[in-house]
Ligand binder design. Structure first.
Ligand SMILES: [Zn+2]
Length: 93
């Protein structure tokens, strides 16, 4: 994008402004409302901006699923499931 913006400045109704992309810090020419140099940079910015939020949500889902799975399974030494008897056989009377 070397000479193109200069040519377009005479034709465009919406002027192209010289801007800096907040994601990659690259300079580019864009319309007043445009903030990022590319779609890729906009998506990266949103991805990193909501990183903690997304991780917290995934963490919550992970622990919820884990708890649900643990509730289904009987306790390891509970009444439903006893460890195999490995000592001496019960004394005969
Ligand atoms: Zn960029």
């Amino acid at each position: 994008m070397g000479k193109q913006p200069e040519i377009l400045e005479n034709v465009r109704r919406v002027p192209l402004l010289k801007k800096q992309c907040p994601q990659c810090r690259k300079e580019f020419h864009g319309q007043p409302a445009k903030k990022f140099c590319s779609v890729s940079c906009r998506q990266k910015f949103v991805y990193y901006a909501h990183q903690e939020e997304r991780r917290a949500r995934l963490r919550r889902g992970y622990y919820a699923a884990k708890e649900k799975k643990a509730a289904k399974r009987p306790a390891p030494h509970g009444p439903g499931r006893r460890p195999a008897h490995r000592g001496l056989p019960p004394a005969e009377q």
